[in-house]
Design a protein around this ligand. Sequence first.
Ligand code: NAD
Length: 314
Amino acid sequence: MAENAVGIIGTGHVGVAAAYALFQRQIAGRLILLDADRHRAEGEAMDLMHGQALVGRVSVRAGDYQDLAGCRVVVVCAGVGQKPGESRLDLLNRNAAVFQEITVRLDRHVPDAVVVVATNPVDILTSVMQRLSTRSPERVIGTGTMLDTSRFRALLGEYYDVNPRSVHAYILGEHGDSEISVWSSATIGGLTLRDNEINGRPFDAAAMNEIFQRVRGAAQDIIRCKGYTNTAIGLVIAYLVRVILEDQKSVLAVSVDPGGRYSLSGLCLSIPCVVGAGGVEATVPTGLSAEEREGLSASAAVLRNSLAGMTFGP
Ligand code: NAD
């Protein structure tokens, strides 16, 4: 399984949760952990390696950029964690400089990998990397609203008392306060939630709005309780890496430049995309209501404003 080599840059709470999920599910055959704090990466690599007897042979090593050569996917989780009360966009300036340096090094040492960006503000930093990298843009993917979509499906599954895997619904736009819930195409068993009673429950606008508010506020709620979020994003990263390694061509809400879809371009935000070995292979023209389209445009405007205020570049 050596061909399924995966690099993780930043082995803090998020990086280690991703490494654990990739290791435990044997998605990667070889994991290379890299952190500005080399001792931290070494400690995490040893700790994971010691589980091999229970999981199977997955090589885990701490390394440097040159050790990433041959990785098919590199995940970037390096950065500064969100503080209580701090918005994701407030993190922007603290992370952008770090990111510029990482982009240059990845281009030099692992030019063919698909890069998955998880560091916040994820949409902005995905845009930064796409603009600065010599890699083609479809090979730089932000996890975007994959986490929010997972939270949304989990809460809807709980409400309707069905397996969240049977809930088909998206959160799109910014991974942040301006994200939107797409009710027009949200379905369970082929039935739109808005127009049908499902499992004995009719659509309850107040309850649905509360679910969306819980999704949108989830990061802050978790950070208030435990100081950071990591386990669900770890699972999201592992899922996305598997989709790429196995060329699954799954439709996922990830952060990309829409390239004119929904009349949006020049910035990254989440829309449903076909993801495979080549990264983002196509965008999917999900039908949005007029209100949802407006919401997506408003979300894009928030991101465009942030990008306009930034100074980065070669
Ligand atoms: P953390 O502080 O625990 O870990 C960050 C790690 O990055 C540290 O170990 C640090 O040493 C390392 N680092 C910093 N600069 C580096 C560099 N230049 N090169 C290599 N390593 C470097 O933070 P965390 O809780 O793991 O969060 C990491 C990022 O993930 C944050 O930006 C956070 O907001 C984000 N996050 C994203 C999502 C999402 O859905 N995309 C969810 C949760 C957290």
